[in-house]
Design a protein around this ligand. Structure first.
Ligand code: A2H
Length: 255
């Protein structure tokens, strides 16, 4: 755990099509021409090109919070309180929750993920290890560079029926986005295989993989895609972040 404030980038993933259960629950609760965004918090904005899905905790209860007349965010109550303090909502300090929904009812929703090479959209999928007490309780999935995300999508694809999802939602193509000298251009896959991680529950090895992937990606990584292709991750990271913020597709979030 980090000491002192953690500076995240909150990414806005716009709902394109709700899962049937969510549609039913939210009926009549949102203005017709408004947009709802799932808002994951990330430490690696430069990896957003590689998003293949978005995780929610199936047992976590989320709120849908009004940001402005036309914009709503789906996050935990805890994150909404932090956002209110950080002046994310247009009405200073106020929190207006228009609905509550379980993560499991959001699974299957199609969202547009900013910068993702999957421009047609990605699906919301369940991740048992999402902590309700960290970030926004929503995690965007970059299986090329995050060992946790790689282990989870692999598990979801294997047990799609058990999780009640379509196998293809967990099998979106994993496109290389960052090249590294030690682990190649699919850093997470390489490390998960090297450390023989068999499931998202292999917490100890995943911790090690995460550490190695983070250091290698940050200090040695070179972007392979996007506007900053060829640049070092260390240099490109703040630029990608600022670009997302300027485009109003992300905002600073700390805790
Ligand atoms: B990171 P820290 Cl490519 N529960 O984003 C579990 N994990 C969470 C979470 C929650 N409630 N909220 C955020 N996270 C994840 C990208 C990424 C991340 C990559 C590589 C490593 C990585 C894509 N997923 O994180 O404990 C989010 O995943 C490894 C550290 O606050 C977020 O950044 O340090 C990171 O954990 C925040 O973790």
């Amino acid at each position: 755990e980090a000491v002192g404030p953690q500076e995240y980038t909150a990414i806005k993933l716009r709902v394109k099509e709700w899962a049937p259960k969510a549609e039913e629950i939210l009926k009549g609760k949102l203005p017709a021409d408004s947009n709802v965004f799932l808002v994951p918090a990330t430490l690696r904005p430069e990896t957003m090109y590689g998003q293949t899905c978005c995780f929610v905790g199936p047992k976590i209860t989320y709120g849908i919070f009004k940001v402005s007349e036309k914009e709503y965010y789906l996050v935990t109550d805890r994150a909404a309180r932090n956002m209110a303090y950080q002046s994310v909502f247009s009405k200073e300090g106020s929190i207006e929750k228009v609905a509550e929904i379980a993560g499991s009812d959001v699974v299957g929703t199609l969202v547009h993920a900013p910068l993702s090479l999957h421009t047609e959209g990605v699906r919301v999928l369940p991740m048992e290890t999402v902590l309700p007490t960290k970030g926004t309780g929503v995690v965007t999935s970059v299986p090329s560079d995050s060992p946790d995300d790689y282990a989870t999508v692999t598990d979801l694809a294997k047990k799609a029926a058990y999780y009640g999802i379509k196998e293809e939602w967990a099998k979106m193509e994993i496109i290389p986005i960052i090249d590294t000298p030690s682990y190649g251009d699919l850093c997470a896959k390489t490390l998960v295989e090297k450390l023989k991680i068999a499931s998202p529950k292999d917490t100890k090895q995943l911790e090690e993989a995460k550490e190695l992937a983070y250091k290698e990606g940050y200090y040695q990584g070179i972007l392979k895609v996007g506007e900053f292709k060829g640049e070092k991750v260390e240099v490109a990271k703040p630029k990608v972040r600022q670009q997302l913020i300027d485009a109003r597709e992300a905002f600073a979030y700390s805790e």
